[in-house]
Design a protein around this ligand. Structure first.
Ligand SMILES: *Cc1c(COP(=O)(O)O)cnc(C)c1O
Length: 406
């Protein structure tokens, strides 16, 4: 099914967009206070928690000692940001976030370099995406440089929580929620930013390739919808199909729109195909509004674009060219690639998993088995995984991708 990207654009006459524009104008005219790092106050806990041993970490269960909070008031703007001991929030039950869900978030990680310094990976892209997500649900804008500095400050305060073991890191969850206290169905003119941290290990514990179930009855994203933004509302409708897939023995859903492949769980999806001329094709769906514009996705595309005889990917011959295609493809195509032995690798990518190999796709009551590799990831997936880890931990310098927190 072809997707008309023209229908994906937002309606500029939508009142929520107009309201956001007014807010942007007000903040930029200094009528309202913007996020301001110089006003940051830090209150450290007097009861630091014992660290959890890395082996027993479960994703997102243990939070660090501190969090960062700032509130937006429609008459004054952003409050002074505070780093303070991690604690429950107190919110009015009428708060917009509980009813109409103007909630947006980011997922990023701090990695410990061999110099012991915490590093972020392309964090400006996360902050920019957070701003776009906020605008999409009419949450107030914020100074992006200030947001990034605040994230860095919080990471430094809780840096003892970043496990040093390879494959471990500290997951960062910057969140903005609508806090307007009124049941009236309208844009939230009040908001709260909170940033919380959790030490994290490898996302999938099994060193096996994933089994995923191609799911077309429930749809994750559609033209004109919100799949291209990191909004809370995009995720809970996926829980039931995900449970149904799990009952049938699959770890994730492969989200389809019609027969078109979109994403795998909360990962961008890539396939590697063998060409008749011996080169490789890398295919991933385009950013047409259905696909979350992943930073890992963008990084994998950039790293494969840089693959050359002089600087090959670690596990791919420099003589093999990799042709990247951001284009829609269908399950019918996947089936025919597999039947002809052309499909070499399939993997999902994202901050939490990095690169996760797919070994089996359930489709229309049958399983499509994909090629197996001794190291589980195939040569392209494994090369990308290694390069990303090396860049994230500062072992390899790549543009300005790795940023030391100060
Ligand atoms: C966050 C997310 C991704 C991955 O994005 P990264 O920036 O690489 O972490 C992919 N798909 C969905 C649906 C997501 O929510």
């Amino acid at each position: 099914m072809a997707i008309d990207t023209k229908t994906v654009r937002l309606d500029p006459t939508a009142s929520s967009e107009a309201a956001t524009k007014d807010l942007v104008a007000a903040v930029s005219k200094h009528q309202l206070a913007d996020l301001d790092v110089s006003k940051l106050t830090i209150t450290l806990t007097d009861k630091p928690k014992p660290l959890t041993p890395p082996e027993s970490l479960v994703f997102g269960k243990v939070m660090t000692d501190h969090m960062l909070v700032a509130n937006f008031d429609p008459t004054t703007g952003w409050s002074s940001p505070e780093i303070k001991p991690y604690a429950p929030l107190t919110l009015d039950p009428t708060s917009s976030c509980f009813h109409y869900c103007p909630n947006v978030f980011e997922g990023m990680k701090a990695y410990l370099g061999s110099d012991g310094k915490p590093r972020l990976f392309r964090p400006k892209l996360n902050v920019a995406r957070l701003a776009t997500s906020a605008a999409r649900v009419s949450l107030p804008p914020f100074d992006q440089d200030a947001m990034l500095k605040l994230i860095e400050r919080l990471v430094v305060v809780d840096s003892r929580w970043i496990p040093a073991a390879p494959g471990y890191s500290m997951y960062i969850r910057p969140t903005i929620i609508g806090t307007r206290s009124s049941l009236g169905v309208a844009a939230s003119d009040s908001a709260m930013i909170f940033i919380i941290l959790t030490p994290s290990g490898p996302y999938f514990r099994t060193p096996e390739a994933l089994s995923i179930l191609a799911t077309g009855e429930s749809v994750r994203a559609w033209p004109g919808g919100t799949g291209g933004h990191k909004l809370g509302v995009n995720y809970s409708p996926g829980f039931l199909p995900q449970q149904i897939a799990a009952k049938q023995g699959y770890q994730q859903c492969l989200w389809l729109l019609g027969d078109t492949v979109t994403e795998a769980g909360a990962m961008n999806f890539f396939v590697i195909l063998k060409r008749d001329d011996g080169d490789l094709d890398l295919v991933t769906p385009p950013l047409d509004g259905l696909i979350l514009p992943g930073i890992t996705r963008a990084s994998c595309l950039a790293l494969t674009a840089a693959h050359s005889p002089a600087h090959p990917l670690p596990e791919v011959s420099g003589r093999t060219r990799i042709h990247a295609h951001e284009r829609p493809f269908t399950m019918a195509e996947v089936q025919s690639w597999v039947a002809r032995g052309q499909l070499l690798e399939a993997f999902g990518v994202g901050t939490a998993v990095l690169v996760a190999p797919v070994g089996r796709i359930g489709y229309q009551g049958r399983d499509i088995d994909l090629p197996k590799y001794p190291g589980v990831l195939g040569p392209v997936g494994s090369s990308l995984w290694k390069m990303l880890v090396d860049i994230q931990t500062g072992r390899v310098q790549w543009d300005d991708w790795s940023v030391i927190c100060q």
